[in-house]
Design a protein around this ligand. Structure first.
Ligand code: G3H
Ligand code: 13P
Ligand code: ZN
Length: 316
């Protein structure tokens, strides 16, 4: 069942975080639904602009509709990830999405507010909610001076004013994470001090953590042993998700880790089965491993086991 993103946030806020997982294809869709059902968790399916262009935007919509029928117990929202203004309007008008993200974080503060405001007006008119972003994600390298590093992070005072003036419904904050598999070069951590300050200024307001893949070292090692070259790949400590959730992080974005599962499964399989050229056996292995991976993430996010509570709260 596709539900409004807002409903998921209302149930989860302060208690657990909802996993927001990107998908591009059939195997990811099936693994995602299976993993969430097995761990009894609500979830958010994220579709990026690149994912919409990979086959066809209608293909992903059809896949998700079909998966929703195959797994009628599933409770999920469909969200546009890192949208530009044009893509946001396309998703809002499609009638299929639960929420959109307008990412104008690369713009100056005033332009970010103005663009976000326009998308919010269009989305609210159709009953959708909007995620916006303030601050710059990006690895805060160890050699970078504290002032320079802080300048990239979300400024808590600006966050308060940004939310009031843009009307956005959730906010992606930069607290030290970055996209991809190479997040940290040394001993950096999430900046909980910044997150705490943001939550003080925006109590009860859903915050979003992008760049939250943990880049499991076992996956990286296995990929490298099977011919890959991902030396130095590192991610966020997944044991920190619960603390982030207590501080208002209600949505945690994970994409890279799923790609690592895909890469490990395929590299190992073809190394061990050089004679094989059938796509289905390996597809089965991936779907099964991806489902296990999703269930594990949901345990770490605290969303595992909350499906019935969420169902009650949505229908009640
Ligand atoms: O943050 C971006 C997501 O990982 C989606 O990546 O634009 O390559 O689909 P993508
Ligand atoms: P990762 O690259 O850490 O998986 O982040 C994904 C993301 O933020 C999608 O918006
Ligand atoms: Zn992101």
């Amino acid at each position: 069942m596709i539900v409004p993103t807002k409903k998921l946030f209302e149930v989860a806020y302060g208690k657990f975080a909802i996993g927001a997982y990107n998908i591009n294809n059939l195997e990811q869709a099936m693994g995602l639904f299976r993993g969430n059902i097995e761990s009894r968790a609500p979830f958010i399916i994220q579709i990026s602009k690149g994912a919409r262009a990979y086959t066809h935007k209608k293909m992903l919509e059809a896949l998700i509709r079909a998966a929703g029928e195959i797994f009628p117990e599933a409770i999920f929202a469909v969200h546009l990830d890192h949208g530009d203004e044009e893509t946001c309007y396309d998703c809002i008008n499609s009638g299929f999405y639960s929420s959109v993200m307008i990412d104008a974080s690369h713009e100056d503060f005033e332009t970010n507010i103005a663009v976000t405001r326009r998308v919010v007006e269009a989305a609210h008119a159709r009953g959708l909610v909007v995620e916006a972003e303030l601050g710059q994600l990006g690895g805060v390298e160890e050699h970078v001076k504290v002032d320079e590093a802080n300048a990239k992070l979300t400024n808590p005072a600006q966050a308060e004013s940004f939310v009031a003036r843009s009307g956005c419904d959730s906010l992606a904050v930069a607290i030290g994470t970055s996209h991809g598999a190479f997040k940290f070069s040394g001993d950096q951590r999430l900046r909980f001090d910044v997150l705490e300050e943001i939550q003080k200024r925006l109590p009860g307001f859903p915050l979003v953590m992008h760049g939250s893949s943990s880049v499991p070292q076992e996956e990286v090692e296995r990929i490298n042993q099977a011919g890959g070259n991902l030396k130095g790949a590192r991610g966020v400590d997944e044991n920190q998700f619960r603390r982030a959730a207590e501080l208002g992080v209600t949505k945690v974005n994970i994409d890279t880790d799923g790609r690592l599962v895909w890469t490990r499964v395929h590299r190992e399989y073809f190394l061990e089965h050089p004679e094989n050229f059938d796509l289905r056996p390996i597809g089965q292995v991936f779907m099964s491993d991806y489902a296990k991976f999703i269930a594990h993430k949901n345990e770490k996010l605290g969303s595992a086991g909350t499906l019935e509570e969420v169902r009650k709260s949505i229908s009640g």
